[in-house]
Design a protein. Structure first.
Length: 268
């Protein structure tokens, strides 16, 4: 039987991610471009992942889109909610997963997942950047650091500066005032990470979390936020090097499932 390749595309608000799967089991290639819906990001991410895999769009049995900008991706035959795709992608990487906390560029999602990898329940944050990747980006800019440097600084903190507001605008003013008062940068960053964890933990408690608990999205790379969130929830948190590709992975898996189903129907 010929190998079946499927392409999952996650068009987020701030980044575009792609995954190519072989026969619904093997990850062949991934890509990530830091530009999302309404930009050249999705096209560039698709071009990059195809180049890595040495494939063309015509060799993809199915292309399925998910994410914020999924409806605008005309190259995709199908689209699905990022909630279902994140559930399926997390289950592929962690078969025992029961809860997923996804912190993306502009939203936070907490998912409850069944033993078969299907979404059972979810809750999302309101239309606010608090606790999201955007919040971290703003804080890093104020502190004149790259976002990927924040965790290293947080781990050097001698004490925790309380950030009383999780509103991005108010927290920005608060951090600027603390810097002007001579507060240590590492202590401030530790406080920022704890503030994010507190906000997300409050959201997660609305539906409850169960082990295994997995964190996905770009903020999952920040071990200081991840550790603070684990402490706040009282649950260990697992993550994966592909944490930003979980939605695209789920899309590729659903694309393969659709191909498999059609093949079975045609054989009858």
């Amino acid at each position: 039987m010929d190998e079946v390749y499927t392409l999952g595309v996650d068009v987020g608000s701030t980044a575009s991610k792609c995954v190519i799967l072989r026969d619904g089991r093997e990850i062949v290639a991934l890509s990530l471009v830091p530009y999302g819906a309404g930009s050249s990001g999705p096209g560039r991410a698709i071009e990059e992942v195809l180049e890595k895999a040495g494939k063309t769009t015509s060799e993809m049995a199915e292309i399925l889109a998910t994410g914020y900008g999924r409806k605008q991706l005309t190259i995709a035959e199908q689209s699905m909610s990022e909630l279902s795709c994140h559930a399926r992608g997390a289950h592929f990487l962690f078969p025992g997963v029961r809860s997923v906390i996804d912190i993306g560029g502009q939203d936070v999602k907490v998912l409850s997942i069944g033993p078969n990898g299907m979404l059972e329940n979810f809750v999302m944050n309101d239309k606010c950047a608090a606790g999201t990747g955007r919040f971290l980006d703003v804080m890093a800019h104020i502190l004149e650091l790259r976002t990927d440097e924040l965790a290293d600084y947080a781990e050097c903190a001698q004490k925790e500066i309380i950030i009383s507001s999780t509103c991005t605008v108010f927290a920005e003013s608060e951090v600027i005032s603390q810097l002007a008062a001579g507060c240590d940068k590492a202590d401030l960053i530790r406080g920022i990470c704890v503030a994010i964890a507190s906000k997300v933990a409050g959201l997660a408690r609305r539906i409850g979390v169960r082990d295994e608990l997995v964190m996905t999205g770009g903020v999952a790379h920040n071990r200081a936020v991840r550790n603070a969130l684990a402490e706040a929830l009282g649950h260990p948190i697992k993550s994966h090097e592909y944490c930003q590709h979980v939605g695209a992975l789920g899309a590729a898996l659903f694309a393969w499932q659709r191909c498999h189903k059609l093949a079975a129907e045609n054989s009858n």
